[in-house]
Design a binder for this molecule. Structure first.
Ligand code: ATP
Ligand code: MG
Length: 684
């Protein structure tokens, strides 16, 4: 369907598909001439030229990107350098600085700057609630007013520059507002995902040392009512009893449509209702000018691989980097409606729901609900209702909506869509195709953005007007990003290669430390390969220089000497129509060293398992090769996931190894009950 095939900037034009066995191994998807012509980066030549400059002279490149922002004081250029870094532990501690000495404020640049430029009436945010009838819209001026009032309140309770403020909220409009209010006064926000339990919340509050907490009485998520203040109460009393740590102010938004004021536990003096205090403050609030290297926020990683790390991002470099990546990757043009389905509890909600878009004066849609409430039409309804142009989501959500077939999507015109995006995990090729063909009607390029909490913004991503896509590949590095593929001995490989994905040299958005544990930061990211940032992910670079993420390096399976990435096998399994989701892990195998253990969730559990098992094995054999065929297939009701929706293979690895007493941290799971169900089904 409608795949445009005209030449774009690519020098090497090739046939659209190459086939291995009976399966399409590689296909190219080109942007339409119309898309290309209007995009910021509209040819490979333009990218190549800019990329070269960004790597040859990063200071000059990023200074130019930074000039659009307001700087109270320009950065220190006295030694002819605007950034400095040590990426090599052999030369001393890891340090990274960009725009040091420059004084700015990210909230000013995200809001005041636009209002001053006459864009105060432009819509900053459309908010769509969990319930169909709940929605509102806020102009840039209105967001600024709200931010100022809240920042004045925070000051009034003693919050100063450098203090930590914890935010534990669902996706209400007040969540990005709270982040910006902190940034305005130089307070460091730490958003704690609203789906976390009292225990997980208490851990993060304690680790961060926050004294002020912003929350709500409760909220609705699908059919469920979540009594958020109740969870806070439990977390806070636990903190006080066990650790002697107390929150001094708990600002609580009354969300009466979910949980009424009178129905929440309340501690006088500590607890204040947002509606009773915040609107009383003036809608002007003076700005705290921050050094570019002053911390902006603290955020815990998803916990896919172990205990979450408290990642610290700073002000100036993060601002410039998120703004540039947002503009070029989403090819954002003024007036477009952009929807990112991520929660502000994760980095995507920071960089690409809040800072990146607002820095670009974009119109952002914030959706509180879930894709299947009140029915699986909801997302598509929302796209048509707000005429969403750019839609950024995650593979886990795509896979879950594919379960409902094409009909809900097809019942909508989705004509406004221009560009689609994916983040969080490798996107299986058939999920990619479904998104492209069914949702995007074959018209919309997909930006498969590879990045991490630690990287602040996109590192490997398509620039959608500049080159053709290959489904499943994140394609090429963003400006200033120098990927390196490294073998287990630490050698950097050139040309076509597979190995650990590392980065040479810093980019402005990279995190500067782990809160209170710089050594863990140095060991986790710079301890493996000297002189490089190690991402923890495996990767293949193909003959065209495109990058393919193969999964976490720790998850790589070595079968009879073949190193097999989890992503490829899972992608093959998921291409089998009855398979909803799959995760593969290695286990000790007497002959092969490691065998492949596949956990598979089916769309429908009433089928004949033996037949499906055989069909799945055949699928992998045909698509990859006999060596990659799973040795064991274990049907599971669903797979364990982090609260951000990612499959947690480390727990599955323990189950496959029958190490049931040592499952590790399951507190970051969204669905811990699944672990017991899977174990019960192994018969262990
Ligand atoms: P933790 O670091 O606590 O184990 P996490 O790595 O899941 O958790 P995030 O920083 O949210 O926490 O996720 C970054 C990771 O997500 C990447 O390292 C990569 O494994 C995966 N990822 C993100 N985007 C993509 C993508 N487009 N393609 C493939 N993998 C991706
Ligand atoms: Mg990680």
């Amino acid at each position: 369907m409608g795949m445009a095939t005209e030449a774009n900037g690519d020098k090497k034009l090739r046939t659209d598909c190459s086939t291995v066995g009976e399966v399409i191994r590689e296909e190219r998807v080109y942007p339409s001439e119309e898309f290309r012509a209007s995009s910021w980066i509209s040819s490979r030549e333009q990218y190549d030229e800019m990329y070269r400059r960004s790597v040859d002279d990063p200071d000059a490149f990023w200074e130019k990107e930074a000039e659009q922002f307001f700087w109270k004081t320009k950065w220190d250029n006295s030694d002819g350098k605007m950034h400095s870094e040590n990426f090599d532990l052999r030369k001393g501690p890891i340090t990274i600085e960009w725009f040091k000495g420059g004084k700015t404020n990210i909230c000013y640049n995200a809001l005041d700057r636009h209002v001053k430029a006459g864009k105060g009436d432009a819509i900053a945010m459309y908010w769509e609630g969990n319930e169909l009838e709940q929605n509102k819209k806020l102009s840039y001026k209105e967001v600024l007013d709200n931010v100022c009032q809240l920042s004045n309140f925070l000051r009034s309770v003693g919050v100063k520059k450098g203090d930590l403020v914890a935010v534990y909220l669902p996706m209400l409009a007040e969540l990005p507002i709270a982040m910006l209010a902190c940034a305005r006064i130089g307070a460091i926000h730490t958003v704690i995902f609203g789906g976390f339990s009292a225990e997980a919340l208490a851990q993060r509050l304690l680790a961060s040392g926050a004294k002020v907490l912003i929350t709500t009485s409760g909220y609705r998520r699908g059919h469920k009512v979540i009594r958020m203040k109740q969870i806070v109460e439990e977390a806070l009393s636990r903190l006080l009893e066990e650790e002697g740590h107390s929150i001094e102010t708990c600002l609580t938004l009354a969300n009466d449509s979910a949980v009424k004021r009178q129905d929440v536990p309340w501690t006088a003096r500590r607890d204040v209702w947002w509606q009773d205090v915040v609107p009383r403050y003036p809608t002007v609030s003076h700005l705290e000018w921050l050094d570019a290297e002053d911390p902006l926020f603290l955020l815990y990683t998803s916990g896919s691989t172990g205990t979450p790390k408290g990642i610290v991002h700073t002000t100036g470099g993060y601002m410039v980097y998120t703004a540039a990546t947002f503009k070029y990757t989403f090819d954002y043009h003024e007036g477009e409606v952009y929807w990112c389905t991520a929660d502000c509890g994760w980095i995507t909600g920071h960089s690409y729901l809040t800072y990146g878009p607002f820095l670009n004066a974009a119109t952002v849609l914030v959706f509180e609900g879930i894709p299947t409430y009140p029915n699986p039409n909801r997302w598509w309804d929302v796209i048509d209702k707000y005429n969403v142009n750019i839609f950024y989501t995650a593979p886990t959500a795509v896979r879950s909506l594919m379960r409902f077939g094409d009909a809900p999507v097809k019942a909508h015109h989705l004509k406004s869509l221009r560009l689609l995006g994916s983040v969080g995990e490798p996107i299986n090729t058939n999920a990619w195709r479904w998104l492209h063909e069914v949702v995007g009607n074959g018209r919309c390029p997909i930006v498969d953005t590879w990045w991490q909490t630690e990287t602040g913004g996109f590192l490997i991503t398509p620039l959608p007007g500049a080159w053709s896509l290959k489904p499943g590949s994140a394609t090429l590095p963003f400006f200033g990003v120098q990927p390196a593929i490294i073998d287990p001995e630490g050698n950097e490989l050139s040309g076509e290669a597979t190995g650990a994905l590392c980065l040479k040299g810093s980019w402005p958005g990279v995190c500067r430390t782990i809160l209170g544990d710089h050594e863990r930061y140095e060991m986790a990211y710079f301890g493996h390969f000297k002189g490089y940032y190690f991402s923890g992910d495996g990767c293949r670079r193909d003959e065209d220089g495109y990058y393919w993420l193969t999964g976490r390096v720790d998850d790589v399976i070595n079968v009879s000497g073949h190193r097999i990435g989890t992503a490829e096998v899972e992608s093959a399994l998921v291409s089998y129509p009855m398979c909803a989701e799959a995760a593969v892990v290695g286990y000790d195998h007497q002959v092969k060293g490691q065998g492949i253990y596949a956990f598979v969730a089916l769309k429908d559990n009433t089928r004949n398992f033996d037949e499906i098992r055989q069909a799945l094995i055949t699928t992998v054999r045909e698509q990859i090769g006999t060596f990659a065929a799973p040795d064991k297939i274990h049907f599971a009701p669903s797979l364990p996931k982090t609260t951000s929706g990612k499959i947690v293979r480390r727990i599955l690895r323990k189950i496959a190894a029958k190490e049931l007493d040592d499952l590790g941290d399951i507190s970051t799971l969204a669905n811990p009950e699944v672990v017991d169900q899977i174990i019960a089904l192994t018969g262990n």
